[in-house]
Design a protein around this ligand. Structure first.
Ligand SMILES: C[S@@+](CC[C@H](N)C(=O)[O-])C[C@H]1O[C@@H](n2cnc3c(N)ncnc32)[C@H](O)[C@@H]1O
Length: 264
């Protein structure tokens, strides 16, 4: 019926007649749809910016929501300072166990008494918490180094291939990060599944050999953003009423671009 209508329409327009398409069985249609859904899952991450840019923008957004506008920012485990350029309004420092770039402070975030308490307005890390041997000591040190009202953000891993760099110790849930930072006011702690079905085989010494099913396709990141309460604050996030705080938290959840995908 539809084919006949298309044929008449193309005849009226002087076009070549539409040839009838062979009917596709329900089973084949389902297989095709599944193949398309798989393709969308595997390539969906490509519609996002590359990871450093995506996370850099996300840290910036959360920092903006925290109300911290400038001052000193510390990146932990930053090696080649990947996020330095995202915070031009801040004086940037980087702390790492290993020195790979000039200017990096050599130190251990689980025990750094040489750094003064309350000396940073913001402290961030990306892909570091899974490599910290005693993260339960790192979180209190981060809290100590933050000034009251200061902001912290950490993006780490829930499910990722093994990658000793220099050692691979841990995987996290949002609840675990929230527990580690229990002395802060949590702004948001969530999974980030943008690269969930990306086939991450790794490279160099971290390369995995895929099996007949392919490779590693269960990549769940996780992030935590929080603020150190400022008991003296008259303005800013700490001074919000409970109602305002609830609305702000809802807005943060609503704006989270990294939710678990509906298709899985
Ligand atoms: C996977 S690399 C981080 C990569 C980098 N942040 C990026 O996004 O490209 C992990 C880094 O954390 C550092 N690290 C591990 N434990 C640490 C600790 N206790 N204190 C400071 N840095 C640490 C390691 O030396 C390493 O440079």
């Amino acid at each position: 019926m539809v084919t006949e209508q298309l044929r008449r329409l193309s005849k009226r327009r002087g076009q070549a007649p539409v040839e009838p398409q062979p009917a596709i069985s329900k089973a084949d249609a389902k297989l095709l749809e599944q193949a398309h859904a798989r393709e969308r899952l595997e390539t969906g991450f490509e519609s996002f910016p590359p990871r450093t840019e995506r996370l850099g923008q996300h840290i910036k957004t959360m920092l903006g929501k925290s109300g911290v506008k400038g001052g000193r920012i510390l990146e932990i485990g930053g090696r080649a300072n990947p996020y330095k350029d995202y915070f031009p309004g801040f004086e940037y420092s980087c702390l790492d166990l290993e020195i790979s770039e000039p200017g990096v402070i050599q130190g251990d975030i689980t025990n750094c008494p040489e750094i003064e308490s309350g000396s940073f307005d913001a402290i961030i890390s990306v892909d570091v918490f899974e490599h910290i041997r005693e993260p339960w000591l790192a979180a209190p040190e981060i809290v100590r180094l933050l000034r009251p009202g200061g902001f912290t953000y950490h993006s780490t891993l829930f499910s990722w291939r093994y990658h000793p760099c220099p050692v691979d110790y841990w995987r996290y849930t949002p609840e675990a990060l929230t527990f580690l930072f229990k002395d802060l006011r949590m702004m948001q702690a969530q999974f980030d599944t943008v690269e969930r079905r990306r086939n991450l085989l790794g490279k160099g010494k971290h390369k995995l050999d895929g099996d007949a099913f392919g490779g590693w396709r269960e990549n769940w990141r996780v992030f935590y953003a929080g603020v150190k309460e400022d008991p003296n604050a008259q303005r800013g996030v700490s001074a919000l009423t409970a109602q305002q705080q609830a609305e702000a938290d809802q807005a943060i959840i609503r704006d989270n671009p990294f939710g678990v995908p509906a298709e899985s």
